[in-house]
Ligand binder design. Structure first.
Ligand code: GLU
Ligand code: ZN
Length: 293
């Protein structure tokens, strides 16, 4: 295989936290240890949920933690035309359709859209747009989590690609942008494991190559919340770089020498690149925070 292209794709709805540091670190080490590139993409698709200043703060924190990325950062807020073009193709082809269902109307369907608006012919403008899914199972071999399969019709249903408020959906943007950036290896948190079959379907539909996937374990706090998904996730401090990188490496199953704790972040990352072993990542989707060394 040619040199891989990896990427880190944070959402600026909050600051970098320990869980996203693990994803950044794993994707960085996995690409760079193999002599590949590591790209950055800001997934700023949802301005109402954005924390002002978070996008820049994430980049500054990555720099303070010793990360160096290749090329300019891709901002999804600059990509609306590409998303819209694909959406319109699908609408014209009848692959996508407008949905007017309220949240209330969808209660009782356990999160699987039952196709109520499939043949309703609602106006495209001002409504959510859903993509038809096939009655098929999509599966892949995750490098850490192993075999993962989902029946799109039965477990997901036609899913939203543009929201009623006009915002493009993550699933659409991530697939188009991974392809634009030439990403061959997606390394990210296990919260996105069950998005992957939808993304495989989108790649198939668009004639795009599927990258390899590696989903790192999520850290679960003592109260059961996922780290980073709750108000309690603290932003990472620059002064904490060395100890937190050490902690993230250990959570990823790596064995950094204790003396590294006194080194600069760049030195620590250089050691970690030279010793990266993806096979040592714990083969689990969740890790209790209490178990972190
Ligand atoms: N933007 C997503 C997040 O921060 C990650 C997307 C991805 O890695 O595919 O959770
Ligand atoms: Zn509907």
């Amino acid at each position: 295989m040619n040199n891989p292209i990896g990427r880190f794709a944070p959402t600026p709805s909050g600051y970098l936290h320990f869980g996203s540091l693990m994803a950044a670190l794993a994707s960085y080490l996995d690409a760079r240890a193999a002599g590949g590139q590591w790209l950055l993409r800001m997934e700023d698709l949802d301005p109402p949920r954005e924390v002002p200043g978070a996008a820049d703060a994430i980049l500054r924190t990555l720099e303070a933690y010793g990360f160096e990325w290749d090329g300019p950062v891709l901002y999804q807020s600059q990509r609306h035309e590409a998303y819209q073009a694909v959406l319109e193709q699908w609408l014209r082809a009848g692959l996508a359709y407008a949905c007017t269902c309220s949240r209330k109307a969808l209660e009782g369907f356990a999160g699987v859209y039952p196709g109520l608006c499939r043949n309703a012919g609602h106006a495209w403008a001002g409504n959510a747009i859903r993509l038809r899914v096939p009655e098929l199972r999509y599966s892949f071999e995750d490098r850490v989590q192993g075999h993962f399969a989902q029946h799109l019709g039965g477990e997901v249903g036609d899913f939203i690609v543009r929201r009623r408020d006009g915002l493009y959906a993550y699933q659409l943007a991530v697939v188009l942008d991974d392809a634009l950036q030439g990403v061959t290896s997606v390394v990210r948190g296990a919260d996105l494991l069950d998005s992957t079959p939808r993304q495989l379907y989108l790649q198939e539909l668009l004639g795009l190559p599927a990258p390899q996937y590696l989903h790192v374990p999520l850290i679960i706090q003592a109260d059961g919340h996922k780290l980073g998904k709750s108000y309690r996730s603290p932003p990472l401090q620059a002064e904490q770089a060395a100890p937190l990188l050490m902690r993230a490496l250990r959570a990823l199953g790596q064995q950094p020498e204790p003396t590294l704790a006194g080194e600069a972040p760049a030195t620590l990352l250089a050691w970690a690149r030279a010793h990266w072993n993806a096979a040592a990542i714990p083969r689990t989707a969740t890790l209790p925070e209490a178990h972190l060394a």
